[in-house]
Ligand binder design. Structure first.
Ligand SMILES: [Fe+2]
Ligand SMILES: [Fe+2]
Ligand SMILES: [Fe+2]
Length: 411
């Protein structure tokens, strides 16, 4: 077995994933990227070098990973508790993603204030880790410039006003100096060019094992967005791999297929839980919003070099062979077998498993429904016939049983 399915740079994968977080938060796209560029500029002027720069880059990219709900749904009243909660949840979430564990404490403290009045622990001054202090300042500057549309002078006033209160006074001085120049604001409109220069050069090369481990970490994160999707991506990937193997896929192709299945719904992070959790039927407009999610998946995954096929297979998982699916409305002539496999695994997982609002359908019923979907050319007929041969044993898996038990306990 080859060690590298693709030549993956961890920094680029996390960069792409940060777009999913921007969507989830309801921030302007590129918020995390711009925060990372500001953070790296501050860090370099402060004299930070080597691995600590990497930590700052990853902390900035993932700082709000604990925030699942769009900001516009948060009232002023719950703001304090949201700040507290998302720092603690975020620290936990990154600890579960391979390679990201070291930045867990930095995420936890990215809302601490220099004067000790921050969250979650009220740490003061230099007791707050440097990467957290830097990212806090960078995050605040990005929001000030991009959401408040503030001019240079009010930004500089804000920075100096908060020096010694919210921000480390030494870092604030550096920020004041950097934001004097017009180039700073120009770079903010094109953060990628700056990031290409500044982001970790000693990039971690990820092998297949690492790629799958990160894929699992991110899939877990995607699934945790909502109890409605609990374990969905992980299970879809397991069914996909089993079906792929059964059809004779191996090595590179099988690994890529698994990654595509793990990440197929990454775009769901961009869909509000208000819609995903709506009991009952969706309006046409709400359904339209749902149909954006494979498009978002594509937008995110296609940013990663070497992910061309992965992003294509993932983004076609709601296409139907008769051309009536979404988002590209491809027909059979354009839907590759890999996407057809994921589509079958996706439907199977969705209807066989328990959800908070309904129990999973019995196995025979699931297979009858899917059989008619194959006959109507919504699913691939031949691949479904192969799937039917292995489906019974897929449900015997301990994880599926365990999940069913947990879902029932929560009911
Ligand atoms: Fe935050
Ligand atoms: Fe989907
Ligand atoms: Fe799905």
């Amino acid at each position: 077995m080859k060690t590298f399915t693709i030549n993956l740079k961890l920094a680029e994968l996390i960069d792409a994933f940060s777009l999913a977080l921007d969507l989830a938060e309801g921030r302007q796209l590129g918020h995390a990227r711009r925060t990372a560029s500001i953070a790296l500029l501050l860090a370099m002027h402060y004299g930070v070098k080597g691995n600590e720069l990497n930590n700052i880059y990853y902390t900035a990219m993932l700082h709000d990973i604990g925030l699942y709900d769009p900001l516009d749904t948060i009232t002023a009243m719950d703001q304090a508790s949201v700040i507290r909660k998302h720092t603690i949840q975020g620290a936990k979430a990154v600890a579960d993603i391979p390679y990201m564990e070291p930045i867990s404490p930095f995420i936890k403290y990215h809302h601490e204030r220099w004067d000790g009045k921050g969250e979650p622990e009220g740490l003061k001054g230099k007791l707050i880790p440097l990467p957290s202090r830097i990212v806090h300042l960078a995050d605040s500057i990005e929001i000030f410039v991009n959401t408040k549309g503030a001019d240079k002078y009010s930004l500089q006033n804000f920075i100096m006003h908060e020096a010694g209160r919210k921000f480390d006074p030494n870092l604030a001085k550096i920020a004041y100096a950097i934001t004097k120049y017009d180039e700073f604001y120009e770079t903010m409109s094109h953060p990628i060019a700056l990031l290409d220069d500044l982001r970790p050069q000693d990039q971690i090369q990820v092998d297949d094992k690492g790629l799958l481990a990160i894929g699992h970490g991110l899939a877990n994160f995607i699934d945790n967005k909502s109890p409605y999707t609990a374990n969905h991506s992980i299970e879809v990937a397991r069914y996909t791999v089993e079906l792929g193997k059964h059809l004779g896929f191996k090595d590179d192709r099988l690994h890529k297929l698994e990654v595509a299945a793990l990440l197929h719904d990454v775009g769901k992070l961009g869909i509000s839980n208000k819609i995903l959790h709506k009991p009952g039927k969706l309006t046409d407009a709400e359904f339209q919003v749902i149909t954006f999610h494979p498009y978002y998946s594509e937008m995110i995954l296609s940013q990663v070099k070497g992910f061309n096929e992965i992003s294509l297979w993932a983004c076609l998982h709601h296409e139907k062979l008769d051309g009536s699916g979404y988002h590209r409305q491809y027909d059979a002539s354009k839907i590759p077998p890999e996407a057809r496999i994921i589509a079958i695994a996706d439907v199977f997982q969705a209807i066989v498993s328990d959800r908070p609002y309904r129990a999973g359908l019995p196995y025979e019923k699931v297979m009858t429904i899917m059989q008619s979907m194959a006959e109507e050319r919504h699913l691939d007929y031949d691949i479904f016939a192969e799937f039917a041969k292995i489906a019974p044993r897929l449900l015997e898996h301990p994880e599926t049983k365990q999940q069913k038990k947990i879902a029932r306990m929560n009911d």
